[in-house]
Design a protein. Structure first.
Length: 598
């Protein structure tokens, strides 16, 4: 046998051995679950997976343990260590309980818990509460669906050390999840996330989870809590007279079967808007999300019913939030004369401009203000901040990093607002997570501002482009499910790192940012700067024409995401069609390159 052939044979042999070992470990893990004190229905499901000839379901359910990503713990509901169920939730909650008791010794430890409209969310929330109270931890429990931002608010309102939201955000209906928060109202970050996982890993058996709760330690959140939260929302009003003059502004809103069908209409009404139309077919909470393919306002289809209602009532602005009420999608009349969707970058730019413009006009800018965007969010946001002389910081994807920055700057710099391209926005710091409730009322006010000037939101966006350059972005999400999918995603990122292109579509790559390696390389000056960001699996390529491509595996979904950003000068409204066409053409070319690459 030739040396080359022998090497290939050995490589194949060791790959098979590794695969056999992995399968054995998976079977052993499943058997441990089968021998644990789980319910009979779950045991039957594990037996069925073990006995099946096709073990793909077994592999996906047990090939790893769930861990905390950019949004906490999220996964498909079902039986297994890689599935969302009362046992994986129980282990996470037991680990969090152990860590809280260690972190706050000799203190009265309290947590806040709420849940969204998903199937099993209320049931899961009650089981999580049982584990906390079984460990002697007091619980402020929501007796009805409440949105994610209200958990963040509740933590500081009730002086808790932690909080949990049962939700899978905008994921499909088969998902659920567990968002963990710390005492500042922000989602758990390092070192706490890793320390909690370490505590979870110390639990060697499901039998170690304390499920026998103490109902005496549960306090129900009352309506007075809702009123306190809404009072904070009302403090966001920038132009009370403007809202009063346009109280009849036609607004369409949909909660897409989520948690906010009651509170966002109430917030808009309290803010002063009297002509709010709620999409009746999507008003009530429903974990099956029967009217949409995906309950995600990023998907155009999810807003179809809202736009249909907007056409009927001649709405000036259309708003829709995701199931847990932390993201918001927006639509308005576009250049076509029909309703068009704004993307998350466009909405972030408009919100940033409105907040800073009001501070500037009212001479309230003191020089210590800042806004925040994530590294994959449009650079137009930074350009707007620079125009007003306000700092713009960049963080990793995830509002927990924005909240971390707020905490670090507290007392020395003032946070105004923050946003990310995936439809999440935060105004002010009374909530330390993205908040569709506050975003909706402020967007309503912006709607009144544009209405007063006979403009649409897209007209306002044009004004921002004329001043700062025409920016256009698009996201490509490629889904790769299961264990094999996770491996494919890692292989794509490795391929990008090992075969970094020096040019893309005839344009030189002039800068490469590798957040995982912690480096920012200027390929023209041949210099390398070390990043201050926490290590994360993100790659960014900057091209000589100002285009930017970012690659990032999702922390909450089985996807790899490519973010495309292009821009060019925009000097006259008469040039709109030409400039927009050139940018769209560039995006399509870059999309083709990335789709072929992956």
């Amino acid at each position: 046998m030739l040396i080359a052939e022998r090497l290939l044979f050995l490589a194949s042999y060791f790959r098979n051995v590794t695969k056999m070992k992995a399968e054995k470990e998976i079977v052993e893990k499943a058997q441990v679950w089968l021998d644990s004190p789980i319910d009979e229905e779950s045991k039957a499901a594990v037996r069925q997976m073990l006995e099946s000839e096709d073990q793909s379901e077994l592999i996906d359910a047990f090939y790893k343990d769930m861990d905390f990503g950019t949004g906490g713990m999220r996964g498909i509901m079902g039986v297994g260590s890689n599935r969302l169920n009362i046992y994986t939730l129980g282990m996470a909650t037991q680990g969090l309980s152990n860590y809280l008791l260690k972190s706050f010794p000799n203190q009265r430890v309290k947590v806040a818990i709420s849940y969204d409209s998903r199937n099993n969310s209320q049931y899961f929330a009650r089981k999580v509460a049982d584990v906390f109270t079984a460990n002697g931890i007091e619980v402020y429990f929501s007796d009805k669906v409440r949105p994610t931002p209200m958990v963040s608010y509740a933590i500081r309102h009730f002086e808790c050390q932690s909080g949990v939201m049962l939700t899978a955000s905008h994921n499909p209906k088969e998902y659920n999840g567990f968002k963990a928060y710390w005492e500042d109202g922000a989602q758990v970050i390092a070192p706490h996330d890793k320390n909690i996982i370490a505590e979870v890993n110390k639990i060697s058996s499901i039998a170690e989870i304390k499920f026998d709760g103490n109902p005496d330690l549960i306090h129900i959140m009352e309506d007075s809590f809702d009123r306190s939260y809404l009072a904070e929302i009302m403090n966001l009003k920038e132009n009370p007279d403007l809202v009063s003059r346009h109280s009849g502004l036609s607004i369409v809103y949909s909660p897409i079967h989520g948690t906010t069908g009651e509170i966002i209409p109430k917030a808009l009404k309290s803010y002063g808007f009297e002509n709010v139309h709620v999409v009746e077919e999507q008003r009530l909470p429903d974990g099956d999300f029967p009217t949409v393919i995906s309950p995600n306002p990023e998907e155009a289809e999810a807003m179809d019913l809202a736009i249909k209602l907007a056409e009927k009532v001649s709405a000036h602005i259309v708003l829709a939030s995701d199931p847990d009420g932390d993201r918001v999608g927006v639509a308005a009349i576009g250049k076509s004369g029909k309703y068009e969707l704004l993307n998350g970058n466009q909405t972030a730019a408009i919100l940033t401009w409105y907040l800073l413009r009001n501070l500037y006009d009212n001479r309230k800018l003191k020089g210590n203000e800042f806004i925040v965007k994530t590294i994959v969010t449009s650079d137009l946001v930074e350009k707007i901040a620079t125009f007003f002389g306000v700092k713009c910081y960049q963080t990793l994807t995830g509002f927990k990093y924005i909240a971390q920055l707020i905490r670090e700057k507290e007392g020395s710099e003032k946070f105004i607002g923050g946003g990310e391209e995936s439809y999440g926005y935060m105004v002010g710091d009374f909530v330390r997570d993205k908040d569709a409730v506050s975003a909706c009322v402020l967007l309503g006010e912006i709607g009144a501002w544009t209405k007063a000037r006979d403009l649409t939101l897209f007209d306002l966006l044009d004004q921002l482009h004329l001043r700062n350059g025409f920016y256009k972005e698009q996201l490509i999400s490629i889904t790769k499910k299961g264990k094999s999918g996770a491996e494919e995603i890692q292989a794509i990122m490795q391929k990008l790192r090992e075969n970094m292109p020096d040019q893309i579509l005839s344009k030189k790559v002039v800068r490469v940012v590798d957040v995982k390696a912690g480096t920012d390389k200027d390929l023209i000056a041949n210099t390398t700067t070390l990043l201050t960001l926490e290590s994360s699996n993100v790659l960014q390529f900057y091209l000589e024409d100002g285009s930017k491509i970012s690659a990032r595996p999702s922390g909450t979904e089985p996807k790899i995401k490519f973010y495309i950003s292009v821009n060019m000068p925009f000097l006259s409204q008469a040039d709109y069609a030409e400039v927009n066409g050139k940018l769209m053409n560039r995006i399509e070319q870059l999309k083709g390159f990335l789709e072929n690459f992956s």
